[in-house]
Design a protein around this ligand. Structure first.
Ligand SMILES: [Ca+2]
Length: 69
């Protein structure tokens, strides 16, 4: 996936899992908003545009890592 260290990857996994409340392995817009209630809709939109590589409207762990890794 990338050359991130295992430690960094574990950190990202933890962050991802805490946002992915349903535990289905994808972060939906709703889950994002629940985790970051103060995030403006505009910021969320551009974040999704940047992160959601395959355009399915939710963020997979792989996309999350690509965004933040
Ligand atoms: Ca989810």
């Amino acid at each position: 996936m990338s050359d991130l260290s295992g430690e960094r990857l574990a950190e990202l996994r933890q962050a991802f899992d805490s946002i992915d409340a349903s535990g289905d392995g994808f972060i939906s817009e709703e889950e994002f908003l629940r985790h970051f209630p103060d995030l403006p809709a505009e910021a969320l939109g551009s974040l999704e545009e940047a992160a959601d590589a395959d355009g399915d409207g939710r963020i997979s762990f792989e996309e999350f890592v690509r965004l933040l890794g």
